[in-house]
Design a binder for this molecule. Sequence first.
Ligand code: SAM
Ligand code: SF4
Length: 484
Amino acid sequence: MIDKAHDEKRQGEAFAPFKSDSTAWRKKFYIESYGCAMNFADSEVVASILNKEGFGATGVAAEADLILVNTCSIREKAEQTIRKRLTDFKKIKKNKPGTLVGVLGCMAERLKAKFLEEEKLVDIVVGPDAYRSLPGLVEEAESGQKAINVLLSRDETYADISPVRLNSNGISAFVSIMRGCNNMCSFCVVPFTRGRERSRDAESILNECRELFENGYREVTLLGQNVDSYYYEAPQTLPSGNGGAVTFAKLLEKVALISPFLRVRFSTSHPKDITDEVLHTMTRYANICKSIHLPVQSGSTRILQMMNRTYTRQWYMAKVDRIRELLPGCGISSDIIAGFCTENGEDHKDTLSIMEYSNYDYSYMFFYSERPGTLAQRRYVDDVPQKVKKERLAEIVEMQNRLSLESNQRDLGGTFEVLIESSSKKSDENWMGRSSQNKVVVFPKANHNCKPGDYVQVKVDSCTQGTMMGKIVSTIPSFVNDTI
Ligand code: SAM
Ligand code: SF4
C-alpha cells in the first residue's frame, strides 16, 4: 500500500520538468527531495521561487547550474542516505566547476553552518522558512562565498506562492495548510527543524484548490504535521464575507464544497486533536475521503507517556471506536515506532495488540532512532539493543502484512468508487486508481473509454496485501444523481 503522504518510493526523487515547458530559461536547477510529503510540497514552492528568477528545472543533475537537495532529519538513516548522495555531486562539480550545490530542509536547519564545515562541496544552506531568500543566497554563492539562511519564522506560510507542480500525475496534488509543530513528542526532531506551528490563510488555500480543480486536478491532500489543530482567523471585513475563525473541520468543508468531483484527503491527524466535528464533516461529504492516518506510535500507555503523546492506550482505542461508529468502513492507518527507550516485551505486546484492535489498513513502521537535541535524547537512555529493535520491528511488519491482507480480503466482492490516476505500472492495459479508503485498485481498461481523472465503479474480485484487482461495473460516479 502506498500512502502518498510519506511515499518510500519517492525518496530521492528528482524533479522532471514538464515536456511542454518551452520557456527559454536563463539557468538550470536540479532538485531532489527526501522525507515526508511536506518536503515534496516545499520543493514545489522552491521551484516557483526559482522560476521567477529565470531558473528552469532539469531532471539531469549534470546539466544543472544549481543542484539542490531537500533533506530529511527524522531518522539517522535518512541523513546518512543524503550524505552519501552528496558525494555523487562531487564528480559533477569537478567536471563542471561553477556548479553550485545547495542543501535545503530539515537537515540544513539542524546542522546549520556545521554543514558547510563538514561537507566542503556545499555552497548554500537554507532552512525550511527561508526559501524566499534563495535567489539572494545563490547570487552570494556565485560570487564565491558560502551562503546560509536558517532563520525560523513565526509567520511564514508561503501562502502567496503558487507552487509549480513537480512530477505530477495531473490528478492529485498536495496542498500545505500549515507549517511547523508545537507538540514536542519526545522522539521527534520536527519542532526543532520546522519551528512553531502556524496556519496558512484559508482563502489562499481555497484559491489554490480551486485553481488545481480548474486545471484538471481531481484530488487534493491537505498537509500539515498536525492538521486537526489548523486554526486561522480571517479579518471580519473580507469583501467575500468569509471573515471569522476557520477550524480544520470548517476548512475541510469549504474545500469539499469546491466541487463534488474534487476529492479531499488530509494528513496527518494527531489522535489527541481529531474532533467529532471533523468526523461529522466527513460523514456529510462523499468527496471527503474515508481514510484517516492516525499514528499511534506505541500501544503501551507507559511508553506513550514517555513519548509525550498526551493520550493513553485506552483513549486511542476509544478514538478508533468513535471513527468506526461514525464512519463505518473508514480506512485507518498508522505510524509505529519499535524499541523506544525502556520498551520491554510487555510494551511491545501492547503495540501488537493495539494494531490488531485498530485493524490498520497499512502502517509506516520504524525502529527508534535517537535524534540529537530531542527531549528523549536529553532525558532517556536509548537502551533497547539494535538487535531487539529489529526483531520487534520485524514482528510489527509481519502483523501489519497480515492485517493489510485481511483488510483487502474483507473487501472482495464489494464495489468501490475509484478515481483513475494513471496506467498501471505493470501493464499498460490496466488502469490504477484509489478507493476513497486509499486502497490501490487495478483493473482492465478494456471496452471503456476512460481517462485519468475519471471516476468509475469497480467490483473487486481478487487482491494481494497491497493491491485490489477488479472490473469496471459502471462509469457513472455515484454522486452524479446528487448534483443534477
Ligand atoms: N506529525 C506526524 C505525527 O505526529 O503523527 C508525523 C511526523 S514524522 C515526519 C513521521 C513519523 O516518523 C512519526 O509519526 C514517527 O512514527 C516517525 N519518527 C519520528 N521521529 C522518529 C525517531 N526518532 N525514530 C523513529 N521514528 C521516528
Ligand atoms: Fe513530531 Fe509529534 Fe509534531 Fe508529529 S506531532 S511532527 S511526531 S512532534
